[in-house]
Design a protein around this ligand. Structure first.
Ligand SMILES: [Zn+2]
Length: 111
């Protein structure tokens, strides 16, 4: 049975409420970039095959808000295209934009 995005989002929010979130400026992070150009993986110190992957120090160029998919990166853009912000809340793994944090994580859960 398909679940709606609203249900999935509510489940994410419920899980996220258990984490500690801090407001941070987004910064570029190292990434493993496949030499065939097909995949890119966030690098957190894991083992990798240097014949297949290059470790690029600033290779991770952006994240997306987990709740609205807004781009979070190291610049802002306000030219009418998709909104981009340069800071957000992170639990060390996922990112949430400030608007969603205030809307979904600070507010009381509807019961
Ligand atoms: Zn958001």
């Amino acid at each position: 049975m398909a679940t709606s995005w609203e249900q999935e989002r509510d489940e994410l929010v419920a899980a996220f409420r258990k984490d500690a979130w801090t407001l941070e400026k987004w910064t570029r992070q190292p990434a493993l970039v496949a030499r065939d150009g097909r995949t890119i993986a966030f690098y957190h110190g894991q083992q990798y095959d240097p014949e297949k992957y290059d470790l690029v120090p600033d290779g991770w160029g952006h994240d997306h808000c987990e709740l609205c998919f807004k781009t979070i990166t190291d610049f802002t853009r306000d030219d009418g295209r998709a909104p981009v912000v340069d800071e957000g809340y992170t639990n060390g793994d996922s990112w949430i934009c400030c608007a969603c944090y205030h809307k979904y994580l600070e507010g009381r859960l509807e019961s």
